[in-house]
Design a protein around this ligand. Sequence first.
Ligand SMILES: O=C(O)CCC(=O)C(=O)O
Ligand SMILES: [Fe+2]
Length: 367
Amino acid sequence: MATFTQTVTGVPAKQLPRYEQAAESKHELDWADLVTLDLSKFDAPGGKQALAHQLKDAVHKVGFFYITNFGLEQEQVDRQFAIGKELFSLPTEEKLKYRADLEHGNYNGYRPLGSAELFPGLRDNVEMYNVFKYIPELERTQPEVINEHWQEIEGFQRHIAEDVVQKLLILIAIILELPEDYLTKGHRYDDISECHLRYMIYHARTPEENERYQNLYSRGHTDFGSLTLLFRQPIAALQILTADGSWKWVKPHPGSITVNIADVLQFWTAGYLKSSIHRVVAPPPDQSGLDRLGLLYFLRPAQDLSLKTVDSPLLERLGLKGDEDEAGSIKAGDWVRARVKGNLDKAVAGGQKEKAVLGGVKVKYYN
Ligand SMILES: O=C(O)CCC(=O)C(=O)O
Ligand SMILES: [Fe+2]
């Protein structure tokens, strides 16, 4: 295994202030009905099969689900929120030293406030900091607060990448009637890929600003990679576009991670797995004055893998494996970078639109 040689300062890590989670909203919102997978059942006899059975409809029809008992204590999760909070409190000029090369579709590093235009002339209220995997090929200079805690961050990433995500990929392989290691092979921590742990912050807006922005924090979109894991943030804001065309809120259940299927799994399964459209809106009135910190892990496959439909007996039986595979010539890494670049495009008046990304394949955007 490669060893990583990130420069550390030699100065003992500063104490981080304890992160206090916000109180949940008292508003009764129109919550999405999502299944919860208890991952502690994974290693029990027949556990994987039972979990795969539970997951099958959810990943086909909704694309979103919760997981619990994923092997991280709330305290470990809160430490990551504390790192994110510290990072975003740095002066803007300091953060800009670590700006990601967004123009080339590279998300490694800082994405400044207002990078995406939501409506013509109206920019987003989001900052992001993406920490790619700690492998030599992806090394970059990082702010002090990241370097001071890099071993903890790497340990956190590795637990997600080498334990949680591996279990989920095995369940999905079982659903697709593929060998259990079929998907895990393309998602190793030491592969060059764009997987990252993301700290992000949505800055609260005034009620007047929210009105101008039609309450939108982040446009409806699908995610670019294989899976996205969203650590629980009690400030409600995430919504899913459901099959009947209505938006439903995602409830931040204690002790859970919200997981969603992203584009690459949709390509590999000719649409059987749903890369669902979701968006982020202004929180309900009792939380709308709060900045909303986010902690997410974006799983992406080894960059050279093609987006060709996999040889799944299930997909064969369903008649989904046709001769036409328009994404077959696209590489996963190229898809992800094209979509990162696309996020910098100017907003188009009139809302919903479709946009060609690569090789004639298009994506839809929603407000
Ligand atoms: O902040 C959230 O709840 C979701 C963020 C999201 O969808 C994304 O960053 O892709
Ligand atoms: Fe997303």
